[in-house]
Write a protein that binds this ligand. Structure first.
Ligand code: SF4
Length: 301
């Protein structure tokens, strides 16, 4: 059975281009994300994400390290966007998110990158860190759909999104894959200058789930719609992890496809941090997994 991505209908009705134009207008006084910088990006002013009118991309390739329902047989078609609006000081992709490694891509070139992944056989287009360039992505997707794009789009974000902006893109992304990083406001203030991370991320997940529901896979176990939540388990933060997992199970859905990640590395500014300046222990990770299982969550293998 073929599952047609929902953006196809939006494209046919002309609403995809309409949405792109509406989102681009927002760049005149940018409130796309919780930072609410209100700078005029169309005139070259830049806010926290240091991105103007056009998106920049650091790499475009089939990725085989993502969650199995995204990777399938031919990989997840990953587009790594340059810069970020959250900018954690322990970021594992520091050069891309903080230092701006990448090339600016006008819309037609951006659309060509997207299509190249589909022609390479990838199962989806996976936009990594899309929050600050949603208008540019939708603009490029509108062009790509007219040239044959027909695989699902994945919105792979930090979870620090603006639900109002997400409401505008309803029907464009069939798969949402946010992080849920921390609920402890002191930790999010210290590491990302975002004491309000938890409040925004909770509402972000509610909106994403409202739009796409639980993860659905086809007869080959490849995802075509739904929510995937990622949580990087941090050293010494088990109670925060437990609060996060409880929230997912009780306030989103106990069937949420959840990827607990053990690969935290104490790089950058946290290398000498009293709590975060070490790797996660095996025991800590097993405790997090055990807790998630006790809640009945659907854990990524
Ligand atoms: S997208 Fe960038 S400029 Fe816009 S509000 Fe967020 S950080 Fe500020």
């Amino acid at each position: 059975m073929i599952h047609e991505p929902s953006y196809i209908a939006l494209s046919k009705s002309g609403k995809l281009r309409e949405t792109a134009n509406r989102l681009l207008k927002n760049l005149e006084s940018c409130t796309l994300c919780p930072r609410q910088c209100k700078v005029n990006r169309l005139k070259g002013e830049m806010g926290i994400c240091k991105t103007g009118r056009y998106a920049s991309v650091s790499s475009v390739h089939a990725h085989f390290g993502e969650e199995p329902p995204l990777v399938g047989f031919n990989g997840s078609g990953t587009v790594f966007i340059t810069s970020c609006s959250l900018m954690c000081n322990f970021c594992q992709n520091y050069e891309v998110s903080h230092l701006g490694e990448g090339q600016e891509v006008p819309p037609v070139e951006f659309a060509a990158h997207i299509l190249s992944l589909q022609w390479a056989g990838c199962h989806n287009i996976n936009f990594v860190t899309p929050t600050h360039v949603i208008p540019q992505i939708v603009e490029a997707v509108a062009i790509a759909v007219e040239q044959g794009l027909n695989i699902p789009l994945v919105y792979n974000s930090s979870g620090y999104d603006n639900p109002e902006t997400l409401g505008l893109i309803q029907g464009i992304f069939d798969i949402y894959m946010p992080d849920l990083k921390f609920f402890n406001p002191e930790l999010s203030a210290e590491t990302c200058n975002a004491p309000d991370y938890a409040d925004w991320a909770k509402n972000t997940l509610r909106e994403m789930y409202r739009q796409v529901g639980d993860l659905q896979v086809d007869e080959q176990e490849i995802a075509y719609r739904g929510l995937i939540v990622r949580h990087l388990v941090l050293p010494g933060q088990l109670s925060d992890t437990q609060n996060i997992l409880t929230f997912i199970a009780e306030e989103i859905s106990p069937l949420t496809y959840t990827n607990l990640m053990p690969q935290f590395r104490p790089c950058g500014a946290v290398s000498k941090h009293p709590v975060l300046g070490r790797r996660l222990t095996k025991q800590e990770f097993e405790q997090a997994q055990g807790y998630a299982r006790s809640l009945g969550l659907r854990l990524a293998e």
